[in-house]
Design a protein around this ligand. Structure first.
Ligand SMILES: Nc1ncnc2c1ncn2[C@@H]1O[C@H](COP(=O)(O)OP(=O)(O)OP(=O)(O)O)[C@@H](O)[C@H]1O
Ligand SMILES: N[C@@H](CCO)C(=O)O
Length: 293
């Protein structure tokens, strides 16, 4: 069996816990039946004993494989990780979506992507990373009861993402604690109106107005203060022509959307100014999780 799951960038500025899109940077897992449990990890996290144990993947896989088959079989798992860990590119969602897809595939159960998405919500309680990880493309999502309701829009080839991955992690759990429990009406309306406007712009491919729509007052600046260099990343990306420049998920990565023709110029400027950070030019992904039995 083979599972491939994309990285995702959530929030996109004002769409806190609501908007997200998938990029073509994938974790891949090969799974084969085996007498004993065995794991090998290559790429991101291969020097981290906690990641190499991959208890998040194994606990979700085992729980769901047992639920679907009634059995506790052993497998060999080979992880090829490309998604940077705890950097705001949806590494935890990728693990959750991959583990669920792997369990259904290994159990030889027919399923649809909506089923995987609704199950994924039990492990990550906001839908903005898990939805594009499952579906691909740009997604707007909300939760009602224990279900995710979402709408996808495919992203065109002529847009690219320039992502800036800092050399320091920010965990989502920690990054949520710096946010206030209550918001003022003005801040809420500022972000709510832009999130709605941004959704309309994505749905109608009106990219040139994203700069206004992507501004936010709910979470970005509060989180960026944990790594103040990020204010310069954003300024520089916008100066060199990015259509929008937003904190990716809970950080620390910055996500810059651009026309393909401007991608190199933006990436070079950012890499020159921040040699300690990794800068990637990525295509946008419209496929989401892929499984082969
Ligand atoms: N490839 C992986 N293998 C095993 N565990 C992983 C892997 N990737 C992520 N994790 C788990 O997920 C945690 C990171 O989750 P966290 O939500 O903080 O970051 P993120 O998902 O990368 O960021 P964001 O949700 O803001 O996009 C890691 O500490 C680890 O427990
Ligand atoms: N919407 C989430 C994304 C990170 O998982 C947050 O901003 O905390």
């Amino acid at each position: 069996m083979f599972i491939s799951v994309p990285a995702t960038s959530a929030n996109l500025g004002p769409g806190f816990d609501t908007l997200g899109l998938a990029v073509d940077l994938r974790n891949e897992i090969t799974i084969t039946p085996s007498k004993f449990l065995s794991l090998s990890t290559h790429g991101e996290g291969d020097d981290n004993p906690k990641i190499k144990k991959n208890s998040l993947f194994l606990s979700i896989f085992n729980e769901n494989y047992k639920r679907l088959t009634g059995r506790d079989d052993n497998f060999r798992f080979e992880f090829h990780n490309r998604i940077p860990i705890s950097r705001g590119l949806g590494s935890s969602s990728a693990v959750i979506v991959a583990a669920l897809s792997a369990a259904y595939t290994a159990a030889d159960k027919r399923y649809n992507k909506r089923e995987i998405l609704n199950h994924a919500l039990r492990y990550e309680h906001h839908p903005d990373n898990i939805t594009p990880a499952v579906m691909g493309g740009f997604n707007v999502a909300c939760v009602e009861g224990d279900r995710v309701y979402s709408k996808k829009r495919r992203m065109p080839d002529y847009l690219k993402a320039v992502v800036v991955v800092p050399n320091r992690t920010i965990s989502t759990a920690k990054s949520r604690t710096v946010l206030p429990k209550m918001y003022r009406k003005e801040e809420t309306v500022y972000s709510l109106s832009r999130s709605s406007y941004m959704t309309a712009l994505f749905m109608s491919e009106s990219w040139d107005l994203l700069r206004i729509a992507s501004k936010d007052k709910l979470h970005q600046a509060r989180r960026m203060k944990m790594m103040p260099e990020l204010f310069d990343v954003q300024k520089l990306a916008l100066k060199h022509g990015a259509l929008m420049s937003t904190l990716s998920g809970s950080g620390s990565t910055f996500f810059n959307l651009t026309y393909e023709k401007d991608a190199n110029k933006i990436a070079q400027a950012l890499q020159a100014r921040f040699p300690q950070f990794r800068v990637f030019i990525l295509s946008l992904d419209n496929n989401g999780v892929i499984t082969k039995s």
